[in-house]
Design a binder for this molecule. Structure first.
Ligand code: NCD
Ligand code: ZN
Length: 369
């Protein structure tokens, strides 16, 4: 399959981030344990197979609610949390941070109780039809405004999939148009709502977050720091690099890397690790999602090291996220060690079939101790 996981392929030499000369880095880095602020764990057999990989490295993760049917109530979020914990060893320190899927029927009282009882950490807004399992999402944003106002009052953050779904809007423009047509009006009408623009993929989104004064942050995925749209489409189609929002031009990838390595507290890691079986990816109409939970920390260390910014990795993976969510960083640590290239499996077996692991296209020298 040409998937590289361990031996140098030179497939995508890691391009330096503009202006920075690679510096001599130490070969060891200890950081507060990372969190993943956007993760798909799925359910059933798939969850059994993938959840332990996230729990091995991460302290907490914001769990996406786009199951079939979606997690819309506090009771469903509580039940899903139980199922996740049951898929992990009893003594795991990993904590799933649950979300409810916002629909036009969402009951603000239910959210309030779930938030008060510590069941949910955020609410997820999917524009209807934007991505995998988003059919129950929001079409008429005015209908959810009262719920958003209540969320602002109770300090419950909104995680946003920032793409319009209008078929007339080019897929590469959907994030930029969403900012102007949806996000700006929502934030103007409900200025006290704490918003996380998830998996940003464009310079436009980076600039919008940077220019905001308050109540806005963004997550950035591992794969969007590494691939641009050529990696998906040039020289043959690569379904395993197809995810939503779709990767954009190289200039946008560079903007994301610059935001991630900047130390700016408004940008933090949300892997959007989104496992699908190979059978569901390799279809005439294949599913969107990259599975990065296993090798994310090695990939990120390579990106930050190449930019000479290993000192900013902890902010991105472990400090900025909890700060924005009003939580403490994890009190334990992980140590990353640089050495000979590390091997990861090219796929993970699940009872539903294999799931291909994201191939960064370059050797990974950093491993988690
Ligand atoms: C996600 C999934 O598969 O659930 N896919 C993806 O490409 N990221 C949905 C999402 O977050 O858009
Ligand atoms: Zn996602």
């Amino acid at each position: 399959m040409g998937i590289w996981q361990g031996e140098p392929s030179g497939q995508f030499p890691l391009r330096g981030v503009m202006g920075s000369m690679p510096k001599q880095s130490p070969d060891r880095l200890t950081i507060a344990r990372p969190d993943d602020w956007h993760l798909h764990l799925r359910d059933g057999a798939m969850m059994q197979a993938v959840a332990p990989h996230t729990a091995a490295h991460f302290g907490r993760a914001i769990i996406m609610p786009n199951l079939v049917p979606p997690v819309v109530t506090g009771a469903q979020a509580a039940a899903y949390r139980e199922r996740i914990m049951a898929a992990l060893p009893e003594d795991t320190p990993f904590r799933p941070l649950m979300t409810c899927y916002l629909t036009e029927e969402t009951d603000a009282n239910d959210l309030e109780i779930a938030h008060r009882d510590g069941i949910i950490t955020a609410v997820k807004l999917y524009p209807a039809g934007a991505t995998t399992n988003s059919a129950s999402g929001v079409s008429d944003f005015d209908k959810v405004r009262p719920v958003l106002e209540r969320m602002a009052d109770m300090g419950l953050p909104l995680c946003v999939h920032g793409e319009v779904t209008d078929p007339d809007v080019d897929i590469f423009d959907r994030e930029a148009v969403f900012i102007d047509k949806v996000l700006k009006p929502i934030r103007k009408k409900v200025p006290d709502l704490k918003v996380i623009m998830e998996h940003v993929t464009t310079q436009n989104a980076v600039d919008y977050v940077r220019d905001s004064r308050s109540n806005l942050a963004a997550t950035i995925t591992t794969h969007h720091l590494i691939i641009n749209r050529n990696h998906i489409l040039a020289g043959g189609i690569k379904p395993h690099y197809y995810c939503l929002p779709v990767a954009k031009r190289e200039k946008h990838r560079i903007a994301l890397v610059q935001a991630a390595i900047s130390g700016d507290k408004r940008f933090f890691l949300g892997t959007d690790s989104a496992p699908h079986t190979d059978a569901n990816k390799l279809l005439p109409c294949g599913c969107a999602g990259c599975f990065t939970a296993i090798n994310t920390l090695s990939c990120l260390a390579e990106v930050f090291d190449a930019a000479g910014k290993m000192d900013k990795l902890e902010n991105f993976t472990s400090l900025a996220g909890p700060r924005y969510y009003g939580l403490e960083p994890n009190d334990d640590t992980v140590t990353l060690i640089k050495g000979d290239p590390v091997s990861y499996p090219s796929s993970v077996e699940t009872a539903d079939g294999p799931v291909t692991v994201f191939d960064p296209g370059f050797p990974l020298h950093w491993r988690v101790q």
